[in-house]
Design a protein around this ligand. Structure first.
Ligand code: PLP
Length: 455
């Protein structure tokens, strides 16, 4: 039902896109052949509108980042007000500006323990590369010249800059372009309890503890974990896991980096993912939810001891991005946190999570091929299996998660499939925190109808 003007604009944009735009995380051949799947022209609340006037529910908050939902005028105004004041000023060479300083202080007040100093970046990948470099630099300052290795987890996703890419435990990303950072080791065990020290555990060889024992603690700078893995398919660690990894890092004098890029700022129903397990990492990477995606911003928060080592260093901290501490981005970050707190949205995310969990358990009951539903706040996923009781996956030719997500798309709901390992069929749901109860019910109903259409 596109009017003529929109139709010719859609044709024009599609042809320009196919000719001039290379899309991230997209099949480029298919893109060049078919053009964009949707061209968004408007967005409000949990809805996105495309050129034909069709409305879609944003069931994963785009990239799990639009936490306050679309069309928030307060965030837009915060950017506008800052832009007409000081749109851009650098934090290089000792310059400062108010929103950057205020946001650093605000973040310090929210992060657990003595995570009190922020280094700003423009996003999650930059934050993780920064955390790796700062961890390695810290050890150099302490006289440990060989403490460089970063240990990361299977199915962890940490971004696409070279070191973050190599830390990512999803092969298609990790291997892309053959980039290397020789000092990164990806664990083969997946969120098992063998970190607690049980050497007879079948996956012991692939766990963090075993890697530390093999390499030697004096070669290892840090371990990086997402408190809850997102792009690896939404995996919540077993109880005691994060605490065990924290203890392991203490035992061997190794930093713990928590990648809070998805979890941070309320997504899981608490301010940070680590807050569910009362773990204080040495570095925390943040991005996405800090501005609800309205403008690019990221950062690394570090503990006092690390900050003290850096502030005792009388040389150049030769690391920084042009947009480290961008004033307009920081003003949006401040407003975003103010709204989260004022409107009780993190508690709301927690409560909506309970409703979502009930919905997914109902679907597990109803469909034999649905299992493994997991929910923390508004971060949720479930598995599709040929026989979930017997743990038998679908044949590789059956693209179950892609099919279900496509059925949902046909019904006006955007959710996300994961099938990057043989037999893996995971669906993720992560709507904005401003989702109303009846809107969440609608999301669950559409998923129900999509599962029925697939079965
Ligand atoms: N870390 C996590 C946990 C992420 O989910 C992502 C992005 O999805 C990143 C890092 C990378 O962030 P960015 O895409 O902003 O570089």
């Amino acid at each position: 039902i596109m009017n003529e003007k929109n139709e010719s604009l859609a044709i024009e944009l599609s042809s320009l896109d196919r000719r001039h735009l290379l899309h991230p995380s997209t099949n480029p051949k298919l893109q060049a052949e078919t053009g964009p799947k949707l061209i968004f022209t408007g967005a409000e609340g949990i809805y996105l509108h495309d050129m034909s006037g069709q409305k879609y529910i944003d069931g994963v908050s785009m990239l799990w980042n639009v936490n306050l939902g679309h069309g928030n005028k307060e965030l837009a105004k915060a950017a506008y007000d800052q832009m007409v004041n000081v749109a851009y000023a650098s934090s290089f060479y000792g310059y400062a500006n108010e929103p950057t300083v205020r946001l650093a202080e605000k973040i310090a007040s929210l992060t657990p323990g003595d995570l009190n100093t922020v280094f700003f970046t423009s996003g999650g990948s930059e934050s993780n590369d920064t955390a790796f470099k700062l961890s390695r630099f810290y050890w150099q300052l302490q006289g440990y010249t060989e403490k460089r290795t970063i240990i990361s987890l299977k199915r962890g996703y940490h971004g696409v800059t070279v070191s973050a890419q190599r830390a990512t435990g999803i092969e298609v990303y990790r291997e892309f372009s053959g980039s290397t950072d020789p000092d990164i080791v990806n664990a083969k065990a997946h969120l098992t309890e063998c970190e607690l020290g049980d050497r007879s555990h079948p996956e012991y060889e692939g766990c963090i503890r075993s890697i530390i024992e093999k390499l030697g603690k004096d070669k290892i700078a840090a371990v990086i974990v997402e408190p809850i893995q997102g792009a690896g398919g939404v995996h919540i660690p077993p109880e005691g896991y994060l605490q065990a990894v924290r203890k392991l890092c203490d035992e061997f004098n190794i930093h713990l980096i928590a990648d809070e890029v998805i979890c941070g700022f309320g997504r899981t129903g608490k301010m940070f993912g680590v807050d569910h397990w009362d773990v204080v990492p040495d570095f925390m990477s943040i991005a996405k939810g800090i501005t609800s995606g309205y403008i690019q911003l990221g950062g690394v928060v570090m503990r006092e001891k690390i900050r003290d080592a850096f502030t005792s260093y009388d040389g150049m901290l030769a690391h920084g991005f042009t947009y480290s501490g961008h004033p307009a981005a920081c003003a949006v970050g401040l407003k975003n946190i103010e709204i989260l707190e004022r409107d009780g949205l993190i508690e709301k995310a927690r409560k909506l999570g309970e409703q979502l969990e009930k919905g997914l358990l109902y679907l597990e009951d109803k469909y034999e091929f649905v299992s493994g539903s997991r929910v923390k706040g508004l971060l949720a996923g479930f598995d599709l299996m040929k026989d979930s009781d017997k743990n038998i996956p679908f044949e590789e030719s059956v693209k179950a998660s892609v099919s279900v997500v496509d059925e949902a798309y046909q019904r006006g709901l955007l959710i996300r499939p994961f099938d990057f390992e043989p037999g893996m069929n995971i669906v993720a749901i992560a709507p904005p925190f401003i989702t109303a109860d009846n809107e969440l019910e609608r999301i669950i109903n559409i998923v129900d109808d999509s599962l029925a259409a697939f079965s």
